[in-house]
Design a protein around this ligand. Structure first.
Ligand SMILES: O=C(CO)COP(=O)(O)O
Ligand SMILES: [Zn+2]
Length: 213
């Protein structure tokens, strides 16, 4: 049977489902984090500000025109400009997820990491789902300068880590963005677990083979 639900209705439901799944598994806390999805018309749906990812109401999501004007729903996330900058840098993206996931946040606070790529290629799935993770310098949440710093890095990478804050990931679909975000968080956890141990990340040629497959 073909689906009679509109693209917008489907995306609204999916944002609420993904938010609840991430919140229930402690990928973000309190009212932190935000999710957006772009319709084929270019219009965008975003989570409202101060909303818990665990109890989103699909009908109250904030709606933006393709030009980036807030046209409906609750007051949008203060990171609306960050989400818009991700779409602007990555035209094929259909969704963006930003979280305060604990291990990725911990990595974002460490000193002395390579800001061009903060995590090594520890596993094949990290390379396949994330690949590279540049660090954007610290700016307060919701600051336009934060969104601009992320946009510059997002041109090269669909995942960016915000210093002293958390990760933001774009994907062709919301599922893709979610899976990349989960892989990022788990790899940050592995990285912290293995600090001080002698490790054997994938070699450059092993990682390249995964990227081209
Ligand atoms: O993660 C957040 C800010 O960076 C949460 O902000 P909002 O509640 O405005 O979405
Ligand atoms: Zn945040």
């Amino acid at each position: 049977m073909t689906s009679v639900l509109s693209e917008e209705t489907r995306l609204r439901d999916e944002i609420a489902e993904v938010g609840k799944s991430l919140f229930d598994r402690c990928f973000t806390f309190g009212s932190t984090g935000n999710i957006s999805a772009r319709l084929s018309s270019g219009e965008m749906l975003m989570t409202p500000t101060n909303a818990s990812m665990g109890s989103l109401d699909p009908a109250r999501l904030s709606k933006f025109s393709a030009e980036g004007v807030h046209v409906g729903g609750d007051k949008p996330t203060k990171e609306a400009f960050l989400h818009q900058c991700m779409y602007c840098a990555r035209e094929s993206s259909g969704a963006v997820v930003h979280l305060h996931s604990t291990h990725a946040v911990a990595v974002s606070i460490l000193d002395g990491l390579d800001p061009e790529n903060v995590l090594p290629p520890l596993t094949a799935y990290y390379v396949m789902r994330v690949g590279r993770l540049p660090l954007a310098p610290y700016f307060p949440p919701g600051d336009v300068a934060l969104a601009e710093a992320v946009r510059d890095r997002a041109v090269q990478s669909h995942a960016v880590l915000l210093a002293n804050h958390g990760p933001v990931v774009a994907g062709k679909t919301l599922k893709e963005a979610q899976y990349a975000m989960e892989e990022l968080e788990e790899t940050a956890k592995l990285f912290l677990m293995l600090r001080g141990e002698k490790t054997r990340p994938l070699t450059a040629s092993q990682a390249d083979a995964l990227r081209s497959s």
